[in-house]
Write a new protein. Sequence first.
Length: 193
Amino acid sequence: MNNLTGINLFARIERDDKKAFDELFFSFYQDLCRFALIFLGDKDNSEEVVQRVFVRIWEQRKRLAQPENTKSYLFRSVYNECLKSLRSQSAQKRCYENYYIHFLKDSSDAPTTDSEAIIPYLNAAIAALPERCRQIFILNKIEGMKQRDIAELLNISTKTVENQVAIAVSKLRAELQPVIHLLPASLIFLRFF
């Protein structure tokens, strides 16, 4: 579609011409969806963003200024809507994280979800492990040493290290069962459960 045709379509849309709107929509929809997909990485989100742009064009048809370049106008509108969508997703994610961290604060019988309040439970559970088991768990899961390196350091078999880590995780899971659901996702120890 050339630019004069696009400008003509906008003029017709301003006069409530639904056929002109349909023509504009079908001429650009697929290209705009592919463009939005580059930014959003999700087909459904991309289509929703493009549809919002077209809905806004129809709703504001009486107030829209005639674009100098129809294609540039549509792509810029989709780009701006993608940015809004990404900001909204980011804000929504932060909101969910905050809710997850704080949703039990007002409950009188539930412990706080604040990581500082949960860390003592975790430390106590680790401290309650048998000495050799605790030592191997800390070296592997907290210090990040490989099982092979721990086996060499402690002069034991790799299979023993593997078994001791499994025992530690099992005991920690059982000990922390009442509070494990409260651990924030960002807490490094969550990956052990």
